[in-house]
Write a new protein. Structure first.
Length: 108
């Protein structure tokens, strides 16, 4: 199972949980165990806490992904750009050397 699959399942579970909480609170209101204002307040509080938890979850996932990338030791975008520049410079030098060597052979 990939990291993406795990994150996707966690997010879907979170969305499902949010709906279940709303249904549960609505049921308590229907039964008269909570007033409508109490139910609305509970839903609002739960939604706010879920939002802050989501932000913390997002931050944790980003940190986890960054650590995984560091462990794999992928080159950064900057490093790749620098390598490409060096490769282009070396390619030009080789081409110039080949051209100058080809001229010398032609002259002999």
């Amino acid at each position: 199972m990939s990291l993406f699959d795990i994150v996707q399942k966690a997010l879907l579970a979170g969305l499902g949980m949010q709906e279940k909480v709303r249904e549960f609170i609505d049921e308590l209101v229907k039964k008269g165990e909570l007033s409508e204002s109490q139910g609305a307040r509970l839903i609002k509080e739960w939604t706010e806490k879920a939002g802050s938890t989501k932000e913390e979850f997002d931050k944790s996932i980003k940190e986890l992904i960054n650590k995984a990338i560091e462990k794999v030791n992928f080159p950064s975008r900057k490093e790749m750009d620098e390598l490409n520049e060096r490769l282009e410079a070396l390619t030009k030098r080789v081409k110039r050397l080949e051209e100058s060597t080809g001229r010398e052979k032609a002259d002999n």
